[in-house]
Design a protein around this ligand. Structure first.
Ligand code: FAD
Ligand code: DLZ
Length: 508
């Protein structure tokens, strides 16, 4: 009685539930590089290469461990081109009785697997700390699903940074110590780079050939592609980046793509690093005096707080979540998101590095590209597809709540209690971008005015019915309402004119 064991490109973990619950002496692992997965959005070539290379190495690791692995390469002449097609083909080849799999992180695949004409057995993805049931129980009966309270439960559940029932240092959250402005210099040289080996080189050739036209630079390719490399990368960051991570978590500096960030999202999400083990290693550094509490708490909060929380929201809200558009935004995603020239320094910094590295850090995603999209009224589904395509760590369960919910407020405030919008002021405070921008951040109107200054008021004005009664936005509306009507008219007219030039494809 042979069963097939499906391992997806973001399930590359030794302790995957599907591998734990099956038998390497009789069952067969199925892994497949397929066009359906490689094209459901136009993924960045570095992301595709990372996933294919890590899949090939994980398949070898399983074989070394005694598993039989049926692996489909993208250019296999017999491929059916889809995960479900490959399962049907392998089931017939091996006369398999059914398929065991760990639940995928996307509704699209969950429903495709449930519809298979084979006997299927779906197991929970217990690489996460909170199960679906845990999250539903936590959410049940709450008026507002605020991350902070969920996070505290996760601290209690994991015991991370806890002294008995109390949080380490006496406070749960050191966020207000994590907002220092851009430093003059960065004394961390960024993520560890790995020289491509033969397996990676083969994948790079394939990806260049098949996806070379996608947005994004394939070379230089430096990502870790197996567990060992990912762990070395993590150790390097804990020693050299973590100590300053907290202070400068929200800061942005020209041409400093990584600041003190960990660049571990892609490795955790693909399964090469286990989130709990990552947090334990970080806590260990704190206990040994290698990093301050604001850095360690800030980092652990991102993983057991935000990461678990957004996954909970994705599964709680259901498959229609990605279609939400409560603000009725309908502008097309401007060409600058795909690399067209822009005079906005903040946008060109975030997008250029996205093109080169398949990476931008959180504040660039939220307060630069996300803020601009929200202020300009871009259709959230186009914004969602962009984020899902361009980042190496992007999988729908984590990307969609961050984009649709946190960044674009398209879910009506399930994740964010107010929209994350800012004028140029915030960017000037947290970065040095504005110093060398063609626009003037201090100008509120006029030909050189920072577009974010115009669009900020345009957003508040056009959505006043929606937000003016939000207690967290009262001050913003009070400022707007205090302005002379003439001044307000000028701002709205200039914002409309600027958006007109954006829509016309001018370099703005
Ligand atoms: P660090 O800043 O070093 O943080 C450490 C880790 O904490 C991250 O690796 C990640 O695992 C976790 N984390 C931090 N913030 C979040 C968050 N808001 N949600 C979930 N996990 C978090 N993260 C993804 O993993 N995949 C995505 O597709 C993704 N899309 C995003 C889209 C938008 C619009 C926004 C605003 C945020 C998005 N994030 C996403 C969250 C966050 O920006 C990235 O996790 C982070 O930038 C990854 O870089 P890093 O590994 O250097 O993280
Ligand atoms: C993202 C991705 C890509 C580009 N290619 C593959 C693939 O060829 N085979 C595969 O098993 N997985 C791939 N993935 C990851 C899946 O899209 C991912 O498992 C789902 O989106 C669920 O998170």
């Amino acid at each position: 009685m042979v069963r097939l064991v499906l391992v997806l490109g973001d399930q590359l973990s030794d302790d995957l539930s599907a591998l734990r619950k099956t038998d390497k002496t009789s069952d067969i692992v199925v892994m497949a590089e397929v066009m359906d997965e490689a094209t459901y959005v136009s993924h960045h070539p570095k992301k595709i290469a990372f996933i294919f290379a890590a899949m090939r190495k994980f398949a070898n690791r399983l074989r070394d461990d005694g598993w039989t692995v049926c692996y489909t390469k993208l250019d296999d002449p017999d491929t059916t081109g889809s995960i479900t097609g490959e399962l049907i083909r392998r089931a017939s080849e091996h006369d398999a009785t059914g398929v065991v799999y760990t639940e995928p992180g996307e509704w699209r695949l969950i429903s495709a697997l449930a519809d298979l004409p084979l006997k299927t057995h779906s197991l929970p993805d217990d690489r996460f700390i909170a199960s679906h049931r845990d999250f539903e129980t936590w959410a049940d009966g709450r008026k507002q699903l605020r991350m902070e309270y969920f996070y505290r439960d996760m601290r209690r559940k994991t015991g991370l940074l806890m002294n008995g029932d109390d949080p380490e240092g006496g406070k749960w959250n050191y966020d207000h110590e994590n907002r220092k402005a851009a430093p003059d210099s960065i004394d961390f040289n960024g993520p560890m780079h790995f020289q491509p080996d033969e397996i990676v080189e083969d994948v790079l050739t394939l990806v260049a050939d098949r996806f070379g036209e996608n947005f994004g630079d394939l070379h230089p390719f430096w990502f870790a592609t197996d567990q060992g490399q990912a762990r070395r990368h993590l150790t390097h960051w804990i020693k050299n980046g973590l100590p300053q991570f907290g202070d400068f978590q929200d800061a942005m500096v020209t041409d400093q793509r990584f600041m003190y960030h960990a660049i571990v999202g892609l490795y955790i999400n693909a399964g090469l690093l286990n989130p709990l083990e990552v947090c334990q290693a970080v806590e260990e550094a704190y206990k040994k005096g290698g990093a301050p509490l604001n850095a360690v708490e800030g980092f652990i909060r991102q993983i057991i707080g935000w990461r678990e929380y957004v996954r909970g929201i994705y599964f709680l809200e259901g498959p229609d979540y990605t279609a939400r558009n409560i603000l009725n935004h309908d502008r097309d995603l401007p060409a600058m998101y795909w690399g067209a020239d822009t005079k906005m320094k903040c946008m060109s910094q975030a997008i250029d590095q996205t093109k080169e590295e398949a990476y931008a850090h959180h504040i660039q995603r939220l307060m630069i590209t996300g803020n601009f999209a929200l202020l300009a009224g871009i259709e959230p589904q186009q914004v969602h597809e962009w984020y899902l395509a361009v980042y190496a760590d992007a999988f729908e369960w984590v990307e969609a709540p961050n984009t649709i919910g946190m960044s674009q407020f398209a879910d009506g405030g399930i994740i964010a209690s107010k929209p994350y919008v800012s004028s140029g002021n915030y960017i000037a405070k947290m970065s040095d971008y504005c110093k060398s921008c063609a626009y003037k951040v201090k100008d509120k109107t006029g030909k050189d005015a920072c577009p974010l200054n115009l669009l900020y008021w345009h957003f508040l004005d056009r959505h006043k019915d929606h937000f003016s009664n939000n207690p967290r936005m009262g001050q913003m509306y009070a400022t707007w309402n205090r302005m002379d009507q003439d001044k307000r008219d000028v701002i709205i007219a200039e914002a409309d004119a600027w958006l007109g030039r954006l829509d016309a494809g001018d370099k703005v």
